[in-house]
Design a protein. Structure first.
Lengths: 320, 322, 320, 322
């Protein structure tokens, strides 16, 4: 066990996975010489060489498109997108190829691509360094999506992604890259995709979140005098429906929290799941506390955009 | 002389491949009219490019076709029914690229160019001598994916050959509305790689250019862009009616200069081809197509359960919710 | 009034709007010389000249990016994307610029861009001619989205989009381009964004749909012996929440239908809205009948993918 | 001789602009250290490119900056506080492009290139003589958006000037990992437009190249690609620590060749510049910055209600749901 920050845990996972499997390589902008703008890939170039940790041209569609070809040559590429909003140029490759190529091969070829990127707001940065793009990814068939909130999960989910035979996208909450700190198992550490984590047990209301919002929910739980269960989804696809439904069956009240814009955000999917499968368990409306359907703002007012402890707490209170 | 490196046997084999491709195309248009296959992207008179360029490859090399090269697997021995089924919307028309070293037919324009770059680079990293050859049209050169892919290959010094089929039309959009460059081969300059322009109806010229490019790639010299120029002499696809935008007289002229007959004439002049061999090439191709369509039509309709079969190796539990 | 098909109504709207406002221009692949691959733009080049109906290079990001610049020069560009899945290269421009530039200008510049495209399945075409990408668009802040199901709405919503000061995306259900036929008002005809259409009144269950699925719902309604209300959303953003909630209040039962993949599809948003605001009206779970989270299949089995009358009817029956 | 077309008054004005830009940059780094502005993209030693190229424009012409040219509005008289507020994350740092004919600072690489193409084309369609000038880096030339935008402008014969600031680094990625082309100006060939390579530290050479490009554009000759070569002599941004990847000795050399002092020396040699004028240029710039930061800091914090103010002209009713 080591005490690591979330970004250090990411780095640890990459070191372990590249050492474990010669077919894993990392590619992206500034991942090599600089070790990544957040130092997530630090030390890989030195340790594994320039063939296994590759500074690419500045071209996100090129990176992901090349990764498709790399898979055909037997590699397991791990692509870094430098920031959430700078991943958008790769969406075309994602939707038209990454999510479909195995299907197109009649299930005969595998495309074990991992895409990882820092995401989310609150970091006092210029525009387009703050987006939460998970909907674009999770709506795309053929793709899996996971989002850690703790260092141990950051390592374990990334390891699971790299070992997974399907394309997996990992969004890393950059707000807590260096503030989330915790025990991380040494060496091999895999957190299977598709299992939610009960971050806190409670009886009266279920708070469902992922990424940096898990901590916001925990703080709200601290501030409230009702008993809150906090579920850290961790894996958006595959989704641990059973864990969600079990908690809702217990509490009968739900607040879903994410940073992304509200309309057709992943919170809508969670609410729809509950409205479909747990309607008779509910004692009140399924509430969402989310970003708004407006551009992520300049940072002097970003705290009014990102769900806050107060907004979450107010939503919970409105249920009682 | 073009094609100098080829023996008579090679030339005959190349001819047979052209006839095979031509026959596939002509029969497909008929099958479409008969309602036996769906919308089909006609490649009539593109055979010299497809047969010529791929003739420079070994079977270990990878081919990345667009919809315009849908039948290019034929040159690797892929059964005609596989390709026919693709156009019939039947799952047995999907193949594993690894079986033939032929990537899937790329429907969205130019997006396979980075795949070819990645494959070539990935093989090079493994010290395998494989070359990747991607085919695309003149219109494709306007897409960002073309640019990013070729640049990637160039920077990685990847053994890739980019073959642009410049038929001077992207559906109804003429080449002048696509680029202001004098030639598409000129685009190579911006990537620091060789750019070559050849007559796309001269199969030996295409072959020579491809051979040089493949040799350079395999020797560690990096990618090449080949522009094979001709003029689209058939509709874009069976669904297209070009009368609105094309000069039909010009098309007639082009049809008269078609590439299979031209090669046939040349081989006859060189004494390589006889009436008999012409006839046998034609007959073999027709037999293959007859067997292909029969096999395709004999296949049972697919099980709708296939919907859920291949999206994931390890599918999410709720995949059937819908 | 004229009796037109849906695609003829689109063409009519373009003729009317280009004649009405000199600042409107149409650009896209094959929109000029060929009049569009579905002939939606037929006659515009001849009537308005090559400056107002422009065959562009084959570059979707270029088309939408150029449209941003055209707005800065005072134009109201109408961009055609040739097919749903071929619009993906434009998503980067959409998300990073089209939806944000007015905000970025402090509300001082307008970007009255219209993007229109044929969408949806059922047309027996090769892959990537069948997608329903509305989630990618409607999740993007700053963007409005409308989807007609009738010729009159195809004309009226497109006219509204072109006149709207904000960027609007219109998805045209290509399955019914030539089979949906009906009376279309001559000349000026605007259907305001944000108002749903009650396609059929009923008391027992509410079917909510848009595009080609409206007709599927109507057929299901015919086949069922409960009284179905069919709501044609028409406008996904702005969304007519009142019309949906009023119908749910009346019927207490809901089935939502769309072709797009299920996870985080627009149906999730509709279900979430109902779970949030109408929970105590509900007499049963909120059901969705959608495409699946798999690549849109080859066409010999596409009918098993696209929601069918049978699947919709079965969902309705399960509520009673 | 470079800059021949310029009068002494012009030369002085150009010098003042360089000093203004330099002062903005140097003060900004200090303000950042003092916590008075956020992360900031340093453009130290890029002033010759920015001042020189824009000096060839009229005020009707449009400028499309990247984050590297964040302060370029200064040459149009935009207040320093506007730009400072942008870096302070304050909404008064957002301006209307129409007020200054300066587009918003483009943060995602190369995506503004098609905007410049569209503006130029759109103005041409209206018979207005406006030219669009876009700035971007060497790394930007690898993006699809660069390719699509320049190609669009070329095909539309749009009056656009594309200025590539080749500082030979994209954060930590050197130019050799970005392209295999010998020069970035070479990329012009593929678009059928002129490509020009100039010394990016020689403000008059940049100006001359830009003037020729602007004149050609305005005369209906279409776009030009200008590559202004230099070497990044400061970190990518305040958040960047280049020691991991750059040769600091080389950076020191570059810093010694910096462009403002070089121009100052030239102007002194030509007898255009005196100690007094140097001093007054410096003082004016410093006063402007002092006033700018004071004005910025005096402004009230923004109302969070602004969240909902500008996304739509006609917002959906449920915009506040969240
Ligand atoms: C990304 C994308 N945009 C648009 C289309 C629709 N489309 C199919 S073929 C075609 C023209 C292609 O022209 P070209 O690249 O010259 O190839 P050709 O068909 O002439 O062989 C277009 C626009 C597509 N398939 N993919
Ligand atoms: C689409 C996109 N990808 C990645 C980034 C992150 N990023 C910011 S600056 C930069 C390097 C740009 O290099 P270059 O184009 O040479 O311009 P320079 O900064 O050197 O002026 C990168 C990768 C971005 N802003 N946008
Ligand atoms: Mg073509
Ligand atoms: Mg640079």
């Amino acid at each position: 066990m080591a005490d690591l920050t979330l970004v250090e845990a990411v780095n640890d996972a990459l070191h372990v996975e590249l050492a474990r499997d010669d077919n894993v390589l990392v590619l992206g902008e500034d991942v090599g010489r600089a070790g990544g703008v957040f130092r997530a890939t630090a030390g890989l170039l030195e340790r594994f060489g320039a063939d296994r940790c590759v500074d690419t041209p500045l071209a996100e569609a090129g990176i992901l498109g090349a990764a498709v070809g790399l898979c055909m040559a037997g590699w397991r590429p791990v692509c870094e997108m430098q920031y959430d909003a700078f991943s958008y140029p790769c969406l075309d490759q994602l939707i038209t190829h990454v999510g479909r190529y195995r299907w197109r091969s009649g299930g005969r070829m595998e495309f074990p691509i991992t895409i990882r990127m820092p995401y989310g707001g609150g970091v006092r940065a210029p525009e387009l360094h703050d987006d939460s793009p998970e909907t674009y990814y999770v709506h795309t068939p053929g793709i899996k999506v996971a989002i850690p909130s703790t260092p141990a999960d950051a390592k374990g989910l990334l390891a699971a992604a790299i070992r997974d035979p399907d394309p997996v996208v990992i969004f890393e909450p950059k707000l807590v890259y260096r503030t989330a700190r915790g025990e991380v198992p040494d060496g091999d550490h895999v957190v299977p995709l598709g299992r939610a984590r009960v971050a806190r047990e409670g009886d009266d209301v279920t708070l469902i979140a992922y990424g940096a919002m898990v901590n916001v929910c925990e703080q709200a739980a601290d501030a409230l005098d009702v008993s809150c269960e906090v579920i850290d989804i961790r894996s958006l696809r595959p989704l641990d429906e059973a864990a969600i439904l079990a908690s809702v069956a217990k509490t009968g009240r739900v607040v879903i929290v994410h940073e992304a814009p509200r309309t057709a955000g992943f919170g809508a999917e969670l609410a729809a799941l509950i409205a479909e499968q747990a309607i008779f368990d509910l004692q009140g409306p399924v509430l969402r506390v989310t970003g708004f359907d407006v551009p992520y703002p300049y940072w002097t007012i970003e705290d009014a955009y990102v769900p806050s402890v107060e907004r979450v707490a107010a939503a919970v209170r409105s249920l009682f | 002389m073009p094609g100098d490196a080829l023996t008579d046997t090679d030339l005959l084999e190349l001819y047979r491949r052209m006839v095979l491709l031509r026959t596939y195309d002509e029969r497909s248009v008929v099958y479409h009219r008969q309602g036996r296959i769906g919308t089909y992207a006609i490649y009539w008179n593109h055979e010299a490019i497809q047969a010529g360029a791929t003739f420079a490859l070994t079977d270990e090399d990878w081919i990345f076709p667009s919809y315009r090269e849908s039948a290019i697997g034929l040159v690797r021995g892929m059964p005609a029914e596989t390709i026919l089924q693709w156009w019939r919307g039947h799952p047995s028309g999907w193949w594993s690229p690894a079986d033939w070293n032929v990537a899937s037919i790329c429907v969205p324009i130019a997006t396979h160019v980075p795949h070819a770059a990645g494959l070539a680079w990935g093989k090079k990293l493994r010290d395998e001598p494989t070359v990747a050859m991607a085919f695309f049209g003149d219109g494709a050169t306007s897409e960002g994916a073309f640019h990013e892919g070729v640049n990637f290959a160039a920077v990685m010094n990847a053994p890739a050959v980019f073959v642009c089929n410049n038929n001077q039309w992207a559906i109804s959009t003429p080449i002048e509305a696509q680029t202001r460059a004098e030639t598409l081969a000129d685009k190579a300059v911006g990537y620091g790689i060789p750019g070559v322009r050849v007559d796309g109806l001269d199969v030996l010229a295409v072959y020579d250019a491809a051979r040089e490019a493949v040799e350079r790639a395999r020797a560690g010299g990096g990618p090449t862009l080949i522009e094979a120029v001709h003029y689209r002499a058939a509709p874009h696809a069976t669904a297209d009616d070009p009368r609105a935008y094309i000069d039909l007289a010009r098309v007639e002229e082009e049809r008269a200069r078609e590439c299979v007959g031209r090669f046939e004439k040349l081989l006859r002049e060189r004494g390589v081809l006889s009436d008999e061999l012409v006839e046998s090439a034609r007959k073999d191709a027709e037999d293959l197509m007859r067997a292909g369509i029969a096999a395709a039509e004999a296949e049972a309709p697919p099980d709708p359960e296939l919907l859920f079969a291949h999206a994931y190796v390890d599918p999410p539990g709720n995949l059937r919710s819908g």
